[in-house]
Design a protein around this ligand. Structure first.
Ligand code: NI
Length: 136
């Protein structure tokens, strides 16, 4: 069930918000407000060390010695957090690996840090996500 609430904003702030809505392709203010609220709550879940989901992406050269073994070893250290791993061969030399993880925010962060710091990883990111309603 959806509840309505009204908010007062000064004109300049509302005008800025309406431009933000157009730039981000929202159809209306409600959808934009919902997303911003969820974003704030997800951010708080990460800050407070709650259960979260995330995506770790890694680009690396598979010719680099022992790199693949190290990445696999780290994922085994965190096997409880790994939901799924996808590997694609980007070109002759480079691989892209995407690891979907869930668990306590700090555990997920430390796993991402370790993977990204492996020598030979050219690009690494942790995308912090969640539902905004907390995870069991
Ligand atoms: Ni590959």
């Amino acid at each position: 069930m959806a509840e309505r609430f009204s908010t007062s904003l000064d004109e300049a702030l509302l005008a800025k918000f309406d431009r933000y809505i157009r730039r981000h392709d929202y159809r209306n203010r409600s959808e934009a407000v919902r997303d911003l609220i969820r974003k704030a709550l997800i951010e708080e879940d990460w800050e407070k060390g709650r259960e979260v989901v995330g995506v770790i992406s890694l680009v690396y050269d598979h010719h680099q010695r022992q790199l693949q073994d190290r990445l696999t070893a780290i994922q085994h250290d965190f096997y409880r957090q790994v939901v799924s791993t996808t590997h694609i061969h980007l070109d002759h030399d480079n691989c892209l690996e995407v690891v979907i993880v869930r668990g306590k925010a700090e555990t997920v962060r430390s796993m991402a840090r370790r993977l990204i710091a492996v020598r030979g990883v050219k690009d690494g990111h942790l995308t912090a996500s969640g539902t905004g309603r907390g995870l069991p």
